[in-house]
Design a protein around this ligand. Structure first.
Ligand code: P6P
Length: 341
């Protein structure tokens, strides 16, 4: 009966978010409305990514990328960015948007900023299409405006621990949306026949220790001492434990998704070439660190807890070490020892 019940009692993301909302009787549903618009954005990008993939495959796009209508075919990341911005603004609940695609923050015009009775207004940071060409993914984080003043850029330069919610969407063989609104992590898979995200990974918890490490070994010559020592220990354990496996897809979301489900560590350390690493704080490091902590893992910058970082610029970068609780403890100990020297 229970299996059958589960099959017919579909837990869609909309229902899930409404359940979450019912835990906060004082809420007016603004957050639910915002999330439903983010979900709409993900559905659209999923469809566009699949169509583009198909178009590329059967050569519809042609060399010049000019469609039959003669209109220049938009690059997928530009299209995804436009879709996400429009979906967020049309929710009537946002006031500042920060996108990886736009140098400057977008200040939503007052009439679309949620009318005056909507006391709560949100800042959304996002990368509409992150990741190298192999796996396309979207990442987002949501902050609340502190109060009703005219929005300024400082409103979005908050430490990651102030985030209310974060999530990512992977547009691969299936479309998977993983989110946290601050009480655990849940994964949903898009059922294209329904056009609904269905709960498929309830209450994701990362194993306390893992057997996988994930880093771009090609940067090994530029690593600092602690990172080099940690990777050495993964490959040549001195405590008799088996060596760890290296898995590196080159798309942060895909590498972190695997880490969440199976455990281990994901590293994008600083190195001599890039002293702040490569990944962006607001819409890569913070959302993924938020999710990792919500799943029982840790996220560390080499100096401090990643979510304690206070960004000073929209697109600033930070080194990041995230994953299984005990494995990150090892990395923290190596950096602490280095500090102590
Ligand atoms: P590298 C993709 O381009 C990205 O921004 C992240 O998604 C990914 O983790 C990283 O860069 C990969 O960088 O230098 O290892 O190719």
């Amino acid at each position: 009966h229970s299996a059958d019940a589960q099959r017919t009692d579909l837990m869609t993301i909309t229902r899930f978010v409404l359940n979450e909302q019912s835990k906060h009787p004082e809420s007016r549903g603004d957050f639910t409305i915002l999330l439903s618009h983010i979900v709409l954005g993900c559905k659209f990008v999923c469809s566009a990514v699949n169509k583009a993939g198909l178009a590329k495959l059967i050569g519809l796009a042609g060399e010049t990328n000019v469609q039959a209508s003669g209109e220049e075919q938009k690059k997928l990341d530009v299209l995804s960015n436009e879709v996400f911005c429009k979906a967020l603004i049309s929710s009537g609940r946002t006031c500042i948007l920060v996108s990886e695609e736009d140098e400057d923050a977008i200040f939503v015009q007052p009439s679309l900023r949620g009318n005056c009775i909507v006391a709560i207004r949100y800042c959304v940071v996002f990368d509409p299409l992150d990741g190298s060409s192999n796996i396309d993914c979207g990442i987002f984080g949501i902050y609340m405006m502190k109060d009703n003043h005219e929005p300024i850029i400082e409103d979005v330069l908050q430490p990651g621990k102030n985030m209310l919610a974060a999530g990512y969407c992977m547009y691969g063989s299936s479309c998977t949306l993983v989110i946290s609104t601050g009480s655990g992590v849940n994964g949903f898979t898009l059922d294209p026949s329904l056009g609904e995200f269905i709960l498929t990974h309830p209450d994701i918890k990362i194993p306390k220790k893992g057997k996988i490490y994930s880093v771009n070994e090609g940067n090994a010559k530029n690593w600092d001492g602690p990172t080099a020592s940690y990777v050495e220990k993964c490959k040549f354990p001195t405590d008799g434990s088996p060596a760890k496996s290296l898995r590196y897809i080159g798309s942060m979301v895909a590498d972190v998704h695997r880490t969440l489900l199976y455990g281990g560590t994901f590293l994008y350390p600083a190195d001599k070439k890039s002293p702040n690493g490569k990944l962006r704080v607001l819409y890569e490091v913070f959302p993924m660190s938020f999710l990792m902590e919500q799943a029982g893992g840790q996220a560390f910058t080499g100096k401090e807890r990643a979510l304690d970082l206070i960004p000073t610029k929209l697109h600033e970068r930070s080194p990041i070490f995230l994953g299984s609780y005990d494995d990150i403890e090892e990395i923290k100990a190596l950096y602490a020892a280095e500090e102590g020297k």
